[in-house]
Design a protein around this ligand. Structure first.
Ligand SMILES: Cc1ncc(COP(=O)(O)O)c(C=O)c1O
Length: 450
């Protein structure tokens, strides 16, 4: 048995947790300590069961408790735990080939790393080095979209918007921001998803022209923005952005760190729009979080710029390409494929979306419900006409977070603005009905206090 009190006390003294304030945590009696997981459910150290409607950090795609992945890791570990300098291993080569097989178009060559931030850093470095090798060393600027998140390190900390940056100035040079094609709040005033998509794509072109194409290296974007609570762009967006990038020689980096491995109902979200990016990054669902591993894969055209002794991509990371993580990733992808979890994401996601939409009837605080596959979001507003968000003084966010906890849902409401959901892809329709019923009660409690 876990001594919950002792673990909590020790955590309060010694542990720095993602985005958490240990003073507030102490007032709550310490962090939640999870000891077991199965499917979409986890159990804490007091024996209480929770539904992890966010699947870790939208990352436990195959679900908790898949002992086959643990077995694959153990087998590889007992055979070979690492590799001597200058060599490689069978599981890593097999993984690179498998990723080339399941990604769209001629994305063929992989650079393995350990996390999503590192994958996006690598992609940016590849883009800049690619242009340099082609005699266009002035191309260093990176365009991303406001409201996106691409990681916490180096240049990518400055991609997208977000509140995690103010302590770390000066800003990384050359990071440009374009509007998010969010049909609910179109920055460019588009009144339909299509109009918003076209205007936001045009905004990227304007930005390239304003700065000069000869200075722009790449556009970095998620096909569906998870940090904008699953805002799905109108269908015109991606074909237009692809054309614009091609017109000005700008590389397109698709961040599939959350979107990938079935999250949106396709193996990769780019497939919804027949998009073949020049570079694609992936992480989380690559091993369903059983081990930390990530990857940047590039097309043959991009890879070719690095062929030859003088052109080698200058980067070396000790734990990129670890054979045990590769074995975990291969088994995880096998599970996603053989159990059709990608198809399940489409089917169950569609049912879940309908269920969530039905909550709008009884809950005036719900402004928008959206998403694709099992990447879903709810946006809350004070007033559906003005779309004004709740202020912190209203207490809506605090009450909602408390009520979500009472209902046994591991979900947070971003201060009462949005709830994003990315549950394990093994979720059933019955599970979605249960989550919807609990959300219904939690939102009701939060609204009562208004
Ligand atoms: C879209 C996206 N890209 C990149 C990252 C960074 O990944 P990591 O936390 O593994 O560094 C995240 C993390 O949540 C993400 O959501």
């Amino acid at each position: 048995m876990v001594d919950t009190e002792q673990i909590r006390r020790s955590a309060l003294e010694h542990l720095w947790m993602n985005d958490r304030d240990w003073v507030q945590m102490a007032e709550e009696g310490g962090p939640l300590v999870i000891v077991e997981g199965n499917g979409i459910r986890v159990t804490d150290s007091d024996g209480r069961e929770w539904i992890d409607a966010n699947g870790g950090y939208l990352s436990v795609n195959a679900g908790y408790g898949r002992t086959e992945i643990a077995e694959a890791m153990r087998d590889q570990m007992s055979k070979l735990i690492y590799f001597p300098q200058g060599s490689t291993t069978e599981p890593l080569v097999n993984l690179a080939a498998k990723i080339a097989e399941i990604t769209p178009g001629d994305l063929e060559r992989s650079w393995p790393v350990t996390g999503g931030s590192e994958a996006n850093e690598t992609a940016i470095k590849i883009a800049r080095a690619y242009h340099k090798r082609r005699g266009e060393g002035g191309r260093y600027k990176i365009i991303s979209r406001r409201g996106s998140y691409h990681g916490a390190l180096g240049a990518v900390l400055w991609a997208g918007g977000g509140g995690m940056r103010e302590d770390y100035e000066p800003e990384y040079p050359g990071m440009l921001l374009a509007p998010q094609p969010d049909p609910y709040r179109c920055e460019r005033g588009g009144s339909t998803p299509s109009e918003c998509a076209v205007r936001c794509a045009q905004a990227i072109e304007e930005l390239i022209l304003f700065h000069g194409p000869q200075t722009v290296a790449a556009v970095l974007a998620e096909p569906v923005s998870a940090s904008s609570a699953a805002a799905v762009p109108g269908d015109e967006y991606w074909p237009l952005v692809r054309q614009i990038c091609d017109r000005y020689g700008v590389l397109l980096i698709a961040d599939e760190v959350i979107n990938g491995f079935g999250r949106t109902g396709k193996m990769f979200a780019s497939e919804h729009w027949d998009l073949v990016p020049d570079i694609m990054t992936m992480a989380k669902g690559l091993t369903s979080s059983y081990l930390p591993v990530a990857n940047a894969i590039v097309t043959t055209r991009v890879a070719d710029a690095f062929a030859g002794e003088d052109s080698v991509f200058k980067q070396s990371l000790t734990f990129g390409g670890h054979p045990v993580t590769a074995a975990a990733a291969l088994k995880n992808i096998e599970i996603l494929e053989t159990e059709d979890m990608v198809g399940n994401s489409t089917r169950v996601g569609a049912h879940f979306l309908e269920q969530l939409e039905s909550l709008q009837t009884d809950h005036p605080s719900i402004g928008d419900v959206r998403g694709i596959g099992l990447l879903l979001g709810i946006e809350f507003v004070q007033d559906r006409e003005t779309k004004k968000p709740f202020s912190p003084d209203s207490g809506f966010g605090t009450r909602l977070d408390e009520a979500l906890k009472e209902q046994g849902l591991i979900l947070r409401s971003a201060g009462g603005r949005t709830i994003s959901m990315g549950p394990p892809l093994c979720m059933t329709e019955g599970d979605t009905d249960e989550v919807t019923a609990r959300l219904d009660r939690a939102i009701g409690i939060a609204e009562k206090g208004l």
